[in-house]
Design a binder for this molecule. Structure first.
Ligand code: TYD
Ligand code: MG
Length: 465
């Protein structure tokens, strides 16, 4: 039977959608100008005789063994937590993040902290061995069983892995790898997909964990994204603002654990340090008796995190007053200002408003509405809000304060950090199973934002003239 000729297909670099012809706009995800040309040569079908001869082994559920020692302790508690309790043998893990966020630093630090009996092979296609050595020196990584290799060719990398037989492999990064079995330049969707497949087969056949570093594109997705996510076992995203020191590691996919866990790190002069008590670190150095601030009880996955919302209002000199917020979803600030004006009687339309969330944290869950409203009210009244009180709750367009999940977890975290009271949605009790708040913290339930006015002794709006 004559083998079919290689055919040309077009793949969307955003979602992996395959089409026989080029499209300006992807019909699947709606991305513009995202199609890349690639050729696929269909594998020759095996004859029926050969197919019948090969049978996969079949086991009953009972026969399949699970051994307890399949996870390695990485030596970094926050990473173990995100991986679901350690590094699983034979797994392919994609570590994604913006360039410069600290991916190579994190992986190199693991090399220094992991059990020294494990042999690690670090294959870098980005940096020279000298650069890695210098970084290792800076990070005090002195692991004798760490081997380095500089290589851009996926087949050579696999041959090296077979020859060296390491216990753990790190490929930094998948976008710099190239294979002859796909066309296109390194980093193109066809190359990234094929290289990921090659390393996936290696991880499974040698039963070793392989970390792949992947850069994210400008929209925050991993470049060559969906096609890779399907292949790998876990996708870890390293996030944070490069200008701030906090970094959050979260699992976007994990075949071996929950995707709710997050790990918090701080970038220091000596590399990344684990932050096991993030709320305490975020609240350090808080200024007392300053207007415009309120502490928010947020959730990052299953972890409660307390951070400070800061706001500043000034008389606007422009026709269109400024509304500038960092760490807030687009439009959220505008909606909240409209609700405060209409439902709590604040005069805001001639004021410039600036909002900042401490530590580069994001106020992207609805529970951040109430602390933001309190911070803004405190700024407008120019009256400091009680620094011993934390808050959480969603605000509806009618000004009603709505319940949010995990209310007791948030209250407990505020109590643990020594807050004397917490302002919470009135319906908070319906979101927990009748559990009592811990001793030492007073819970103040509110149902409407107009009730916030009574928290401030001065009720006169500074612009009310
Ligand atoms: P890097 O791990 O190279 O990022 P990625 O691999 O994600 O591209 O991180 C580099 C950044 O981290 C760089 O801007 C410098 C900073 N950094 C520190 O602040 N302290 C350190 O000890 C190290 C090694 C890096
Ligand atoms: Mg790097």
């Amino acid at each position: 039977m004559a083998s079919k000729a290689a055919k040309t297909v077009y793949i969307c670099s955003e979602c992996g959608f395959e089409s026989p012809k080029w499209n300006g706009k992807c019909p699947e995800c709606g991305a513009w100008n995202s199609f890349e040309e690639t050729t696929v040569s269909p594998a020759a079908p095996k004859s029926t005789a050969t197919r019948n001869a090969v049978k996969a082994e079949v086991f009953t559920l009972k026969e399949v063994g699970t051994t307890d020692d399949i996870r390695y302790d990485t030596g970094v508690g926050e990473l173990n937590r995100v991986l679901g309790g350690g590094l699983v043998k034979g797994s392919l893990i994609l570590l994604g993040g913006e360039p410069g966020i600290g991916k190579s630093t994190l992986l190199l630090q693991i090399c220094g902290k992991i059990n020294p009996d494990l042999d690690i092979l670090y294959i870098s296609g980005e940096e020279s061995l000298r650069q890695i050595k210098l970084r290792a020196k800076r990070l005090s990584v002195e692991n004798e069983s760490l081997s380095l290799s500089s290589c851009n060719d996926a087949e050579t990398a696999v041959d090296t892995i077979h020859a060296v037989k390491p216990d753990i492999v790190i490929i930094d990064s998948i976008q710099t790898m190239h294979t002859e079995t796909a066309n296109g330049t390194s980093g193109s969707i066809s190359q990234v997909r094929e290289c990921t497949n090659i390393f996936c087969r290696t991880a499974k056949s040698l039963h070793i964990p392989i970390f792949l570093v992947g850069h994210v594109n400008k929209d925050g997705g991993i470049a060559g994204p969906k096609v890779m996510e399907h292949i790998v076992d876990a996708v870890l995203q390293f996030e944070g603002d490069k200008n701030y020191c906090y970094r959050i590691l979260r699992a976007a996919k994990n075949r071996f654990g929950s995707t709710n866990e997050i790990g918090v790190f701080e970038m220091t002069d000596h590399g990344l340090e684990e932050v096991s008590n993030p709320s305490k670190s975020l609240l350090e150095g808080r200024q007392e008796n300053i207007s415009g601030n309120c502490v928010a009880c947020l959730m990052e996955g299953t972890r409660p995190i307390l951070t400070e919302v800061q706001s500043l209002v000034t008389k606007s000199m422009a026709n269109y007053p400024a509304r500038i917020g960092t760490g807030l979803p687009f439009g959220r600030l505008g909606i909240l200002l409209a609700v405060l004006e209409k439902r709590a009687g604040l005069f805001l339309s001639r004021l410039d408003v600036f909002v900042n969330i401490i530590g580069g944290m994001k106020l992207d869950e609805p529970a951040g509405d109430l602390p933001l409203a309190i911070a803004l009210m405190s700024a407008v009244y120019d009256t400091p809000f009680d620094g011993e009180t934390a808050a959480f709750g969603e605000i509806g367009l009618g000004g009603e304060i709505r319940g949010v999940p995990n209310s007791m977890v948030r209250i407990r975290e505020a109590a643990r950090l020594g807050f004397s009271s917490a302002i919470v949605p009135k319906s908070h009790t319906s979101h927990n199973s009748g559990e009592k708040p811990p001793k030492g913290i007073k819970v103040i339930p509110l149902s409407h934002i107009s009730e916030l006015n009574k928290l401030f002794k001065v009720k006169k709006n500074v612009q009310e003239d």
